[in-house]
Design a protein around this ligand. Sequence first.
Ligand code: TMP
Length: 201
Amino acid sequence: MAYFITVEGIDGAGKSTHLEFIQSYLNKKNIQNKLTREPGGTEIGEKLRQLLLHDDMDVGTETMMMFAARHEHLITVIQPALQSNISIICDRFTDASYAYQQGGKGIDKSFVKSLEELVHPNLTPDLTFLFDLDPDTAHSRISNERNLDKFEKQSSTFFNGVRKVYLELAKAHSRFHVIDSSQTIDQIQQVISKKLDELVK
Ligand code: TMP
């Protein structure tokens, strides 16, 4: 059995720390897996990521490019892995397009939905961890770190919109597990282990 696990959250909510933990959990259970990310995860996808994270563009262009990168990722990495019984841990997936392009930038939900139906009509994650944190705390966590990309430089109004859509998605889909990112790393890892125990049992 191969699992498709995605990890989401606003920038600065701390998901990166926990991606490797999820991978080491699967490794310990001898579940073959691959850790990958969006936008990116393929040669073309990583090139598109550079444009997406650093160049300003119309939000429609941005949304279609996210899905172009996703299409390449699905065809060349995600679907072949799942078909070969290799689980996927994906650092962001389509939920991020709803949260960022719809919730943050205000594109119509139907625009994202049409692309979702076109690009992956029959695939949804088995489990989605949503790292939730208030945007001001999240921003203070990243602002000292390095040169910020175009999304990380957005205002707290933008991130409130992103967070709102993420939380709406979490309410609507039982595959979501919301994690309060203000907890300690140990507390968070206990929650993740418990949820993964339920998934792989
Ligand atoms: P990250 O990999 O450092 O989290 O950065 C990826 C950025 O891209 C992040 O700010 C969220 C954004 N993004 C979107 O706006 N839409 C998407 O569909 C995806 C996958 C990411």
